[in-house]
Write a protein that binds this ligand. Structure first.
Ligand SMILES: [Zn+2]
Length: 264
């Protein structure tokens, strides 16, 4: 594993390495990290562009969709010339153009319960930029089992939310199902195709997701685990909601089982 940045990398990243808490050590951590971004749409666009520009060493992009005209008002990583292309191919091309130091891997398929384990096992952190409940729950459960951080964002109409899940760290760290108790068959989040979303709201939430992913990898600042940040664009306000582990949540019993295994 490399222990130094090249001279060129030092020049390239100088303006972020002088940020307190980032430094060359933080930049090396980013370079050595592998981040999977699931969803190359409205949230995925800013997340992917900023993570690549920041110098994350390996970025995976997973999405099974194709670029449509009605995507372009918010999915700013794609352009008119990308219509009908796989979103993953379109996004990967932009990232390679933005930063040739980044290894970009294309996963041109939707993530589901049958492929999540093997896909997520290849990465150190996942950023969830998808928009349906079943997929989000599958991703969260898989990250919990794999013990890797999940930075989860959502946006609809003029509101957005973001939080980080690290439930394997113990009782102070709630999981996805502590936030959304399991209710089989119900989809809590209607897609933006039905209710719409203002493009810049996705930039706000996606930008926050990229920053939280960087913080988790470098170990900077305070994690969003246990807190949900809510952004209301119309009032131009943010609110923070404390999230606690629900006693009845499966993550609590999983935690208890692990504690017993460690103690026995
Ligand atoms: Zn839980």
């Amino acid at each position: 594993m490399e222990t130094k940045l090249t001279q060129e990398e030092n020049r390239h990243y100088v303006r972020q390495m002088i940020v307190p808490g980032w430094g060359e050590a933080g930049q090396l951590r980013l370079k050595q990290s592998r981040i999977l971004v699931i969803g190359a749409g409205g949230l995925g666009a800013p997340v992917l562009l900023y993570l690549a520009a920041a110098g994350v060493g390996a970025i995976g992009i997973a999405d099974g969709d194709y670029v449509e005209g009605s995507n372009l008002h918010r999915q700013v990583i794609h352009g008119i010339e990308d219509l009908d292309r796989p979103k993953v191919a379109s996004a990967a091309e932009k990232l390679r153009r933005s930063n040739p130091h980044v290894l970009v891997t294309e996963h041109t398929f939707p993530v589901h319960a049958g492929n999540a384990d093997s896909l997520i096992a290849q990465y150190d952190l996942v950023v969830d930029c998808t928009d349906n409940f079943t997929t989000r729950e599958t991703i969260a459960l898989t990250c919990r089992k794999a013990k890797i951080p999940l930075v989860s964002g959502a946006a609809q109409i003029t509101d957005g939310t973001i939080t980080t899940f690290t439930p394997y760290k113990g009782a102070a760290h709630p999981c996805f199902n502590c936030l959304y108790p399991r209710s089989p068959g119900s989809d809590l989040t209607p897609g933006c195709s039905q209710i719409g979303v203002a493009g810049p709201v996705l930039a706000v939430i996606g930008g926050l997701q990229a920053m939280e992913a960087v913080k988790e990898i470098i170990g900077m600042g305070d994690s969003l685990s246990g807190r949900v940040l809510v952004y209301d664009a119309l009032s131009a306000r943010t609110e923070e909601i404390a999230l606690e582990r629900r006693g009845a949540c499966p993550c609590a019993s999983a935690c208890e089982e692990e504690r017993r295994a460690v103690n026995s």
